[in-house]
Design a protein around this ligand. Structure first.
Ligand code: AMP
Length: 142
């Protein structure tokens, strides 16, 4: 956790206004201030863990339960056809606020958006050996 309160901690504390749509003891959700689509919502743990890997298991479960509950609610509220759900996990991935937050972005047929595959750069050309090594490293928790 960081020392200075993040903007999302300030929202949770009521120090910065936000359109809060969900709140439990551990999790809050509010409309994104610069929405990519109507209903774009951020789900956050109330405490400011910076990266996904820092979340305690029970908080991670609470965050995901909120995402699962809110996603259909949000789609229904804005009459969306679908949604993208994602996390910018670290600055190299585009994370600007150092406080884990899950984006729920409603999607509409013909909205001109792209799938989540569009977030990365050029696709790497990986050999079978490289894929095996990567899979082994992930499995081993290196
Ligand atoms: P990220 O790039 O994943 O860190 O996204 C940060 C998100 O926080 C952006 O989509 C911003 O529009 C959103 N945001 C920043 N400040 C606020 C705020 N005060 N209230 C609601 N959303 C915010």
């Amino acid at each position: 956790m960081s020392d200075d309160p993040t903007i999302f901690e300030q929202i949770v504390a009521g120090e910065i206004p936000a359109r809060i749509v969900y709140e439990t003891d551990t999790v809050a959700a509010f409309l994104d201030a610069n929405p990519l689509a109507p209903g774009h919502t951020l789900v956050v743990p109330k405490d400011a863990y910076e990266r996904l890997g820092e979340l305690p298991d029970e908080i991670a479960a609470d965050v995901w339960a909120a995402v699962q509950e809110l996603t259909p609610r949000i789609e229904s509220a804005v009459d969306a056809d679908a949604s993208n759900v994602g996390v910018n996990n670290g600055s190299a991935a585009g994370q600007e606020v150092p406080h884990v937050h899950v984006h729920i972005v409603p999607r509409f047929e013909g909205d001109g958006g792209r799938p989540i595959h569009a977030v990365a750069g050029d696709r790497p050309d990986l050999s079978d050996d490289e894929l095996d090594d990567i899979a082994t490293a992930i499995e081993a928790g290196k």
